[in-house]
Ligand binder design. Structure first.
Ligand code: PLP
Length: 437
């Protein structure tokens, strides 16, 4: 453990707040939802991260999803280091971008072409511009509790009545900018039917997180997804799957492959990826059919660009990551560990008579201090916040790093061992027992 008192988390946080708003470069890192001092991470390896005080944590955030192989996987590290030696950025096309595009297309049958960008926000924003450009329509539908990045038109909360347009959730977003964004309740078929009945001819797209990781872990029910698909087809709207979190995380074919199993012939129209496809480097993508993608500049009228898009080091990282996850048995092994973790949490809660429920898919998991799995945002927020916060801190004190907010998903990586899961579950038993006492 470091004895250098200048590097404690609290001191770094105090210092950070002098030069960076709130001390962080992305709000959820500030621990506002759970209270306490954020850990300043010094380094990470495999399933572990070490903070500035030298304390080790079993990491279940994995950089909010990208680190599906764990930190510093040797093959990925080699690919990144050798790409960096060749050059950081050229602003000209490279073969590696083509290889990554081909790898994504090979794994996701609904995509014929992709464009690479640098963040999930950028990919989601560009997907919406493309949908609007391709349909010649303005209105978009999103669901309360889904996060698609911080583009202006998406920072919206539901209006007061059914099929009314939303209100900005951030200062700096003029109401006119969100006047075309309709916000509906997740998993509510009646609402989406009413929205299409009222505005069908004006709706460019419906955007959804198929498993909403920004509501901890809430699945879009199969009949809900099926109905959206039908409504989009009937009304000429495009269905956008935001798989920034679920992409290559819940299955090799992403969440859409799971819905295709349940709904014969199902595909979304446009898919948005991020996180895992960059393996921890700034990289994201959106893709669809060639016919729609050809609406993009330089071929078509929809403008979209980026200085660092398809960055050579990021694409090397993404390609090396995709190569590892495509190995036979990868997701099966990941799912076994993830299931063991949430089953262990459930057993710890049950043993102490605490209402609790969990869900998981592939390497993504969620849990709620509630007796039934929530289906929408109000139900997520009605789960027991104080219990979540105590559980979070109890585990953090025992060297386990979960997402610091009850509406965030968790992630298991290939680097987590059975012993890591067992240690986590044993810590959970202690914390649940203290909660029940
Ligand atoms: N879409 C989803 C589903 C996300 O979870 C996120 C980020 O967590 C984004 C979009 C935005 O991605 P980024 O943070 O890379 O801009």
């Amino acid at each position: 453990m470091s004895t250098d008192s200048r590097t404690t988390n609290a001191q770094l946080f105090e210092r950070a707040q002098r030069s960076i708003p709130g001390g962080v470069n992305s709000p959820v890192r500030a621990f506002r939802a759970v209270g306490g001092t954020p850990r300043f991470i010094a380094r990470a390896e495999g399933a572990y991260m070490w903070d500035a005080e030298g304390t080790r944590y079993i990491d279940y955030i994995g950089s909010w999803g990208p680190m599906i192989l764990g930190h510093g996987h040797p093959a990925v590290l080699d690919a990144v280091l050798s790409a960096a030696r060749e050059g950081f950025s050229f602003g000209a096309p490279t073969e590696r971008e083509v290889e990554l595009a081909e790898a994504i297309i090979a794994l996701v049958p609904s995509i014929e072409q992709v464009r690479l960008v640098s963040s999930g926000t950028e990919a989601g924003m560009s997907a919406i511009r493309l949908a609007r450009g391709a349909t010649g329509r303005s209105k978009i539908i999103k669901f309360e509790g889904c996060y698609h990045g911080h583009a202006d038109a998406l920072l919206v909360k539901a209006g007061s009545g059914l099929a009314t347009f939303g209100h900005p959730t951030s200062a700096g977003v003029p109401p006119e900018v969100v006047q075309h964004t309709l916000v509906l309740e997740y998993n509510n078929i009646a609402q989406i039917e009413a929205a299409f009945a009222a505005h069908g001819a004006e709706i460019a797209c419906v955007m959804i997180e198929p498993i909403a990781g920004n509501m901890n872990f809430v699945r879009a029910a199969v009949p809900f997804v099926k109905r959206i698909r039908e409504l989009c087809d009937q009304h000429g709207a495009l269905f956008i799957f935001d798989e920034v979190m679920t992409g290559f995380r819940v299955a090799l074919g992403s969440a859409q492959s799971l819905y295709a199993q349940a709904i014969p012939g199902f595909t979304p129209d446009i898919s948005v990826f991020g996180k895992v496809i960059g393996g921890g480097m700034p990289l994201a993508a959106f893709g669809t059919t060639r016919r729609i993608m050809e609406k993009l500049a330089p071929l078509g009228p929809v403008y979209q660009a980026g200085t660092l898009s398809g960055n050579p080091v990021a694409t090397a990282c993404g390609l090396a990551t995709l190569k590892e996850i495509a190995k036979p048995g990868f997701y099966e092994a990941l799912a076994v560990k993830t299931k063991a973790l949430v089953a262990g949490f459930q057993a710890a809660a049950d043993a102490n008579g605490i209402p609790f429920c969990t869900d998981s898919q592939g390497g993504m998991f969620g849990f709620f201090f509630a007796s039934e799995l929530p289906q929408n945002y109000p139900q997520v927020m009605a789960s027991h916040q104080q219990r979540f916060n105590r559980f979070f801190h109890g585990l953090l004190d025992r060297g386990v790093y979960l997402a610091p907010a009850l509406y965030e998903a968790g992630f298991v990586s290939a680097a987590h061992t059975e012993a890591d899961i067992a240690a986590t579950v044993s810590a959970a038993h202690e914390v649940m027992a203290a909660e029940a006492a």
